[in-house]
Design a protein around this ligand. Sequence first.
Ligand code: MG
Length: 455
Amino acid sequence: MKRRLPLKVSVSGVRGIVGESLTPQIAARFASAFGTYLGPGTFLIGQDTRPSGTMLKKAVLSGLLATGCQPVEVGVLPIPTILFLTREKQARGAVVVTASHNPPEWNGLKFIGPEGIYLRHSQVEEFLDIFHQGEFTLAPAERIKSPLQEKNAGELHLERILSKIKVKSIRRCRFRVVVDCANGAGAVLIPRLLQELGCETLLLNTDIGGEFAHQSEPVPENLGELCRRVKEFRADLGLAQDVDADRLALVDEKGRPLGEDLTLSLAVAHVLRKKRGPVAVNLSASMAIDDLAARYRVPVIRTKIGEINVVEAMLENGAVIGGEGNGGVIWPEVHPCRDSLAASGLILEMLAESRQPLSSLAAEFKRYYLIKEKLECPAEVAFRAVVELRRRYRAERLSTLDGLKISREDSWVHIRPSNTEPIIRLMAESRSAARSRRLIEKFKKEIKDTIKKFR
Ligand code: MG
C-alpha cells in the first residue's frame, strides 16, 4: 500500500501533498484559524505558480471571509514581495499558497504576520492552538465581505530596492545577465528590476502558467541550461531564483555555478565593506562568513535553520546583513526577509563597484568546500538517530541548537532532520573538496547504520 505522507506543520507553515494530506477543507480551516487569531482586517493573499494554487487559494479566501476579514488577492508574486507589501500596506497579515522548492505535487500555506515577517514561534503556537481547538470567530452574514484584487502591487517592492542601491553605477556597466526563474514567481518582477538597472537580459523559464521548468532548488545540478546560456550569451553573470523567489544562486561569467552558499558570502562581504554591524546567519552557513566578520571585527550570531529564526536574531541584534546559506540573503535596508530581488541588486552593485568579474570576486571564497546531501528517512527515526549521534560525539565541540553540528578546527558537519520533508539533511564544509566528501561519506554511512538499528 502506498504510504501517505502526513501534513507537515512547522514554524515555516503547512505543507502537504495535494489531494492526500492537503485538501481545501484543511486550507479553509487554517485560514479561519488565522483570521480568528489576528482578528478582522485586511489580509493579502498570494500564490506561487503551482497548478493546485488557485484551488487552495479559493479555500483560503472562504476561510478568511468567514471570519469577517477583507482578503486582497495580489496574484502570483515572489514571496519576499508579499512579505514586503504586508508591512508597507499595514495589512493585518497575509497568506501565501506555496510549497517553496517541494516537488509540484506538494503545496502549502505560509502565514505572515503584521510585521511583514513570518509568524514568530510564540505566535505560531497560539495560532495552532486555535486551529486544533477549531473555535473560530465566525462573522454574521451582514459582515461578510468580498475579496478585492490588486494588480501590479509588486512595483512598490522594486521601488524600495532601487532606492537602496546605486542604480547609476550599475546602469553604466550595461551588464549582460541571464536569469533562470524556474517558471516561478520571480518571473513576474525580476525582468523589470534588471530593465531598471540597464541590463541586457536573457530570460529563461518565465512561464508562470504552471509546470516547473526543472527541479526547482537552485543547486548546481539543476542549473545546466543557465550555465550553457551564460556562455553563449557572453553574459557577466547568471541569476537563478527558486520557485517562490526568496533564494538566489549565481553563475559566473565563465558559466560555472558558484554554489548557493556563495551568494550569501558575497552579499555579506559587500554590505560589511560599506556598513559595519552584526551578522546573523544559520548554523549551516559557510565558515567564510566568520572570516569576513573577523576581518571587519563584527560579531556573527548563529541561529537555527529557518528564515524566522535568522530574522528574529537580526532584529534583536540590529544586524546589517544576514541570511541562510541556501542562497537566502536578508538585507534589512529593504526589509528583514530572504529576498532574491534585493540580493540581485546587491550583487550587481558589488560587480559595478568592484569592476571585477564575478569569477574573481568569488575566488576569494574558494577556500571552503560545502557539500550537501540528503538521506530519506521517516521523521521519527531521523530524530532518534540524531540523538544517538549526539551521544557518540559528546566529547567534541557540538551545537545541538538544531539537529547536531560538530565543529572542528577548520571543518564542520551538520546533521539535521528536515521539518518539512521525511529526510535527513547532511552538510559538511572544509578546506578541500576531497575532505568534505570524506566527511559526508563517513557520516552518511554512520547515519544509515544507526537508522537500520531503529527501523
Ligand atoms: Mg523558496
